[in-house]
Design a protein around this ligand. Structure first.
Ligand SMILES: Cc1ncc(COP(=O)(O)O)c(C=O)c1O
Length: 249
């Protein structure tokens, strides 16, 4: 299950080759990447299935929860339609234990209108990312996100890393974040706790140190303001704030 995280497409040629070698189905997680492409194909159209989220923070967000699944396989489509309707193909006749996962009509109407604007919004996000690159490209102590060769990113998040020695844990990043917050600049941490350290997976006994690169990333990542309407002035303020924060830690 490749996750096109932060809007950045995974190298789907490699994924599909591995899947083919091992006879595995591929389900693409496109929740943060609506509109991203790999090669000349949109993500969500390359594996057997693509899963999309319409949570309001996503590139195509509704006014509440919602999501969609894409597939080119009619059998999968029919099965998923059945499962989303309490396991029923014909009303009140149930063949499986399903769920209620219908997209409600109000959300659908909102999303149908917003879909027209998606490409423009993604282009605006791209411009924001390019401005960050110009503003922050020469700033020491941070690592900027890279863009993949072979695909187009849609910048659901603009996530940098605050370089710090592993023994510092998240201290430097947290201080930068607090410094920004004190100036009224909101940043987010995606994600503070790696999967193997989540309580839900405690039974796997994978303690700290099991995945050092993942843990270091969790301690260093910081997502800066990123949305299509972010003004040049506001973005300059973020960049100044970040430089001041880095000087202060
Ligand atoms: C990468 C990723 N996958 C899956 C999900 C789940 O989407 P939803 O909350 O719409 O079920 C999210 C939402 O935050 C996400 O960011």
């Amino acid at each position: 299950m490749p996750v096109h995280l932060f809007g950045r497409p995974v190298d789907m040629e490699r994924v599909m080759a591995i899947a083919q070698d091992h006879n595995l189905p591929v389900i693409e997680d496109c929740a943060q990447s609506t509109g991203a492409t790999w090669g000349d194909r949109k993500v969500g159209s390359i594996g057997q299935m693509g899963c999309f989220s319409f949570f309001p923070t996503k590139n195509l967000g509704g006014c509440g929860d919602g999501g969609a699944l894409t597939t080119n396989d009619p059998e999968i489509a029919a099965t998923v339609r059945m499962l989303r309707e309490h396991g029923s193909r014909t009303r009140y006749y149930h063949e499986a234990i399903g769920v209620n996962s219908r997209l409600d009509a109000v959300q659908a109407a909102i999303l149908q209108i917003k879909l027209r604007y998606l490409e423009g919004w993604n282009a605006a996000r791209h411009a924001v990312a390019e401005r960050y690159q110009t503003l922050l490209g020469a700033v020491p102590g941070i690592v900027l996100p890279t863009v993949p060769q072979g695909g187009a990113t849609v910048w659901n998040q603009y996530t940098i890393r605050i370089e710090s020695p592993p023994e510092k844990g998240s201290e430097w990043r947290d201080r930068v974040r607090q410094f920004l917050m004190d100036q009224g600049i909101i940043s987010m941490i995606y994600y503070p706790v790696p999967l193997h350290l989540q309580q839900v997976y405690a039974s796997l006994n994978l303690g700290p140190g099991s995945f050092p690169n993942t843990e270091l990333a969790a301690h260093q990542v910081l997502s800066l303001p990123m949305y299509p309407e972010l003004s040049t002035e506001a973005q300059a303020r973020v960049a100044h704030g970040l430089k001041d924060a880095l000087a202060a830690i």
